[in-house]
Design a protein. Structure first.
Length: 243
């Protein structure tokens, strides 16, 4: 069985364990089914102050769900997002999207705090960049991901993007859940469902003023340069969410 196929099974086991501890529970957000995650002994990973939203910022986690949630709920760290989409398509809510936490990283063009506050940030659980060696594709921590011939599990961009040619695919369930989440988030905050045109979609904003005034849906690469971030980039199938 391809290694990548174990990911969803592991997610389900982790969710069952969190549920047994009372850390995760079923809920709805604006009519959408979600899982609310509240880790024991943690709560100070976001700022419970309401701020006006004007964009959606997409990210991928570069990891597995258990590590994703652990990192995004680190107490007193304040780097987090309100929503994480598991490979199974389950939407996990970490806090009220009216609130905010840092997510665009230090030295983000236009300012990390200014733009983190005004964005509803969404992380998609994915391993991100991959390397090819022998008959296997490997993730960034040196573990097997899938066999080279299992091309349904990764994108070969042919022309490297930000230094990397191979990226893990996102699941069909993730695209469906993301689209459904955008269907409720955008009207809730009056965010236009606009997308940057190609190839600007994969580039850093050209000025601080552009970065601060943009309204719509963008991603981490628009705020951080090559060598810092690769999410989400051209390995993401943007038309599947309406671009």
């Amino acid at each position: 069985m391809p290694v990548v196929q174990d990911i969803v099974a592991k997610e389900e086991n982790d969710i069952a364990w969190w549920r047994s501890r009372g850390e995760i529970s079923a809920a709805t957000y604006k009519g959408l089914d979600v899982l609310v995650y509240r880790p024991q002994g943690r709560g100070n990973y976001y700022y419970a102050s309401r701020v006006q939203k004007s964009m959606v910022a997409l990210h991928y986690t570069a990891g597995y769900l258990s590590g994703d949630l652990d990192t995004l709920t680190t107490d007193n760290y304040h780097v987090s997002v309100p929503f994480v989409i598991a490979r199974s398509g389950k939407i996990i809510q970490l806090f009220n999207p009216d609130y905010w936490s840092y997510h665009l990283s230090p030295r983000a063009v236009g300012g990390n705090e200014f733009n983190s506050k005004r964005a509803v940030a969404i992380e998609i659980s994915s391993l991100g960049r991959l390397t090819k060696s022998g008959s296997w594709m490997w993730n960034y921590v040196g573990s097997k991901y899938c066999k080279v011939g299992e091309t349904q599990y990764y994108h070969d961009l042919e022309q490297p993007y930000r230094g990397y040619r191979y990226y893990a695919t996102f699941s069909g369930e993730q695209y469906k859940s993301l689209s459904a989440l955008l269907d409720v988030v955008c009207p809730e905050y009056d965010i236009p469902r606009n997308f940057l045109a190609e190839p600007d979609r994969y580039k850093l904003f050209s000025s601080s003023s552009d970065a601060r005034s943009y309204k719509g849906i963008c991603s981490h690469v628009n705020y951080q340069p090559s060598g810092v971030k690769e999410d989400i980039g051209p390995a993401f199938e943007w038309p599947r969410i309406g671009a």
